[in-house]
Design a binder for this molecule. Sequence first.
Ligand code: NAD
Ligand code: TDX
Length: 333
Amino acid sequence: MKMLVTGGAGFIGSNFVRHTLRNRPEYELVVLDALVVPHYHNNLDDVADRIVFRRGDVCDVDFVTDLVDEQGVEVIVHFAAESHNDNAYLYPSRFARTNVLGTVALLELIGDRGIRLHHVSTDEVFGQLELGEDRRFTPDGEYRPRNYYSSSKAGADHFVRAAWNQFQLPVTISQCANNYGPYQHVEKFIPRTITGVLTDIPPHLHGSGRHVRDWIHVDDHCSAIHAMLDRGRLGETYLVGADNEVGTYEVMQMILELTGRPLDWYEHVAERPCNDMRYGSDSSKLRAECGWRPEHTDFRQDMAELIDWYRGNEPWWAEMKAITEKKYLEMGL
Ligand code: NAD
Ligand code: TDX
């Protein structure tokens, strides 16, 4: 079975490529990525001889159509996106273009080819939950995106849902919680905090630092996508989460403790504009219909292993770190 993975050089995409090569030998992989993050060039080096890689823009319908026809693609898993909230309010049109038009381009080409499309979205499309509120996101919840990133992902979701409603195109959508794991860009909270501690930069907590995220290991996200490809119902949306709501302050404290740093070695910085307070996902539909469950259930152990991974892979992130911290300094974050 020929599978096209868009955004396959990115954090989750490259983990998904490795996960699939390890666990699902029935798939032959074609990876499309524009490499908009220069440091992602080497993310697939270790599997380069087992995949077909093409650099290109997912919004370029002609290019992607030629690739799909040339390779005989039967299924597409769509990760390609602008993914970082702190960039979204600086470059909103880039987010609208890649995230919305990139997804629409894929819908356009799968139309008369019978290609299955799995669209990778985010729980952020449902907006925010309050701290202490006895409610979690559910797949039939109302869309309430509050920032440019989540709005662009919500726009893409609506097009995918419309493709099912209007034409019964073979699509599924997953909305996943915050991922952590190897190869994540150091602009994101957990890798930024870990690589900061490893380079003597204290953690920076946005605003009050009381924000809560529903952390999930990237390998569990990958296994969930395969469960949906195998057993998900076409036209359906599934939330992916591991029931692991932890505050940014508590995550930061865990990392300080695991690295032997004083627990008061951190700084408060400005709040990100319109930062969502809390995310939490009810993934019972995915578990019941697709028989999925997360394998990573010890978050502290995962943090210890992740710290070791970043410690052992400094050449991968050192330059990215310098550029990212310079940008954050200019932004006051
Ligand atoms: P990432 O930024 O690490 O990877 C995105 C990849 O897409 C990059 O390799 C980038 O080069 C590529 N890309 C960007 N624009 C492109 C274009 N025009 N054409 C082709 N490729 C392009 O992001 P990630 O964290 O791996 O996220 C992957 C997907 O998962 C995104 O759709 C994101 O919205 C979604 N998601 C992420 C999380 C998370 O916690 N990171 C959670 C839920 C959903
Ligand atoms: O240095 C920091 N300090 C800090 O307190 C950084 C980088 C972030 N934060 C806060 C902001 C958020 O409250 O940590 C929280 C998490 O921030 P991010 O890691 O940037 O993730 P988030 O904005 O929640 O979005 C992520 O999860 C959902 C991904 O980037 C999205 O692609 C995904 O859809």
